[in-house]
Design a protein. Structure first.
Length: 564
């Protein structure tokens, strides 16, 4: 297979010499065009678009072409033989002589001139724009003969000086052919290797991007996706975990808001760092989706100005290497938010968080738990009777060793030996009454939340309103505070929540049960009975023994009615 090359000759006389040399070269399919500087660049760009393997040119033209195209450019050098020929000719002319050119010419010329003691002065330029001012000065200083490349020769002729063009001879032409063949073969071998690697990637990796360290896309391939699924490249450059393996799994949203699984692998070469990013759709099993609430979590905001909450979080941070936790505390203390905190700080976001009712977990096959789920939060355990609680513990035990963290949310610790196993961490979640120092920041965060999610206008609460909130006991804890603030921001049409509105909402709590009767009378007799049982359970802090005694039924009947 012949190498397809374009020779851009910067002057016409060079073309004749190239034509003579080409017939002695059998491995190059050579085209020859004449074009100096920018004319040569235009010819080179066209050749690149037409699939040429290599371009050959000389001097400043070769330099400009090399900056403009992405294929190899060979610079035909001015050899020592070429310089000797010109200097021998110039030496016979009794005029004040100078050689003007770029360092690539003048450095070699100086060595020959010094060696042979030829009376020619040397002047070096770094840019072609320096040529005319320099030659004008040399003319004023009495120089009459100027030796140089095409630009120097043409400028000297225009200024009335005798110009001699430094031409490349046969030796330099054949050297350029040799270099072109070597570079083209090397490029061809690299191209074949790249094609083999691309074919291999097509088989082994479906959807991926290869990014440079600054986020430039080096290569991408999409098989199951119709197009690039994300817009924001910086989003996937962020690395939360410096894994020793160089691999990290995260979950992100695509352009349509759907969750994708992204596996990022660091690839280090001799000189560069790359990021190999594999994308896949995240498909939660439909069976688990019916009973499990599965989420991709960011780091949850936990307000902890109070000593009670700081103690709680410090305990969690010390025990993150454990895989089984019990969160116990009163209703409304946001146990699920604390469970999310544990999940995020254990996994750094590299896994899914699922929450499920205890009863639903009992009815669910563990084979339906997706491998991407790293934390399961189990709630509503207080509704189980003793027998079902024992079954739940057996179910939890069967999950052990699967790399899943189990977090149980309870109102109070039941008297069961499993609760006090050595491998279980028990975390008490303080009530709002125990963390009143957090009240101000909680109020601000909830107002901000509703402002951004509901478009409410209120952005602040008056100090006397905050003082009223601080005096209240908050039996429903943070959940009750959030509900009251939602009512407040939906009622308030201005920017500031006044004390009078807070006072009114707190006063309403005394008569909130007055309107419950209509709700309880909706539905069948069985529905009404179930609602009453659930209300009594709530009032008794989900203590089944107390609830059954108050309803004058046994615990088995209580459970059967709830289950039915």
């Amino acid at each position: 297979m012949k190498i397809k090359a374009l020779f851009v000759a910067p002057y016409a006389a060079m073309k004749n010499l190239i034509e003579e040399c080409r017939y002695e070269e059998n491995e190059i399919d050579l085209d020859i065009k004449i074009g100096n500087l920018q004319e040569g660049v235009v010819l080179a760009k066209k050749a690149e678009a037409q699939g040429y393997d290599v371009i050959i040119s000389r001097g400043g033209t070769a330099k400009l072409i090399g900056e403009a195209v992405g294929i190899p450019v060979i610079d035909v050098h001015v050899s020592g033989y070429d310089m000797l020929r010109v200097f021998t000719l110039a030496n016979d002319l009794p005029r004040k002589k100078a050689i003007v050119g770029f360092p690539t010419i003048t450095l070699g010329a100086k060595a020959i001139i010094d060696l042979l003691d030829i009376p020619i002065d040397i002047f070096t330029i770094d840019d072609e724009s320096e040529t005319e001012p320099l030659l004008s000065r040399l003319k004023q200083e009495g120089y009459q003969l100027i030796i140089g490349d095409v630009v120097t020769f043409e400028t000297a002729s225009r200024l009335g000086l005798l110009g001699i063009l430094l031409q490349s001879g046969r030796e330099a032409i054949f050297d350029s052919f040799k270099e072109a063949k070597m570079v083209a073969r090397w490029m061809l071998n690299n191209k074949l290797e790249i094609e083999r690697l691309k074919a291999l990637l097509h088989v082994t990796a479906k959807d991926f991007m290869l990014l440079s360290h600054n986020g430039d896309i080096v290569y991408e391939q999409w098989t199951t996706f119709h197009s690039r699924p994300i817009k924001e490249i910086p989003l996937i450059l962020d690395t939360n975990q410096d894994d020793a393996s160089g691999k990290e799994i995260i979950y992100i949203k695509d352009n349509n808001g759907e969750t994708l699984k992204l596996i990022k692998t660091k690839i280090t070469t001799t000189e560069s760092l790359y990021l190999f990013c594999q994308f896949s759709h995240l498909k939660i099993n439909s069976a688990s989706e019916e009973s499990m609430k599965v989420n991709v979590l960011a780091s949850p905001l936990i307000i902890h100005q109070s000593e009670a909450m700081n103690t709680c979080l410090a305990m969690i941070d010390r025990c993150l290497f454990h895989t089984r936790f019990i969160l116990h505390g009163k209703r409304g203390t946001e146990k699920e938010l604390i469970a999310q905190y544990i999940h995020y700080h254990k996994t750094h976001g590299n896994g899914l968080f699922a929450s499920i009712k205890a009863l639903d977990l009992l009815d669910m096959s563990l084979e339906k738990v997706d491998k991407d789920i790293k934390t399961i939060y189990i709630h509503s355990i207080d509704l189980l009777d003793d027998g079902l609680r024992d079954e739940l513990w057996r179910k939890i035990g069967s999950i052990k060793g699967r790399g899943i963290t189990i977090i149980l949310g309870m109102i109070e610790l039941q008297h069961s030996w499993e609760m006090f196993n050595d491998d279980i961490i028990r975390i008490y979640i303080p009530s709002l009454a125990e963390r009143k120092e957090d009240l101000r920041e909680l109020v601000t965060s909830f107002i901000l939340h509703f402002n951004q999610t509901l478009g409410t206008s209120a952005i602040k609460m008056k100090e006397d309103g905050l003082a009223l909130l601080a005096k209240y006991d908050w039996p429903g804890n943070v959940g009750e505070l959030k509900a009251l603030l939602k009512d407040a921001v939906l009622t308030e049409k201005g920017y500031v929540i006044e004390k009078e509105l807070i006072e009114s909402l707190l006063n309403q709590k005394g008569s909130v049960d007055a309107g419950i009767s209509s709700y309880f009378l909706m539905g069948t007799l069985e529905d009404i009975e179930k609602k009453i049982i659930e209300k009594v359970l709530e009032e008794e802090d989900y203590n089944q023994t107390k609830a059954a005694k108050r309803l004058n039924i046994n615990r088995s009947t209580l459970w059967r009615k709830l289950k039915g």
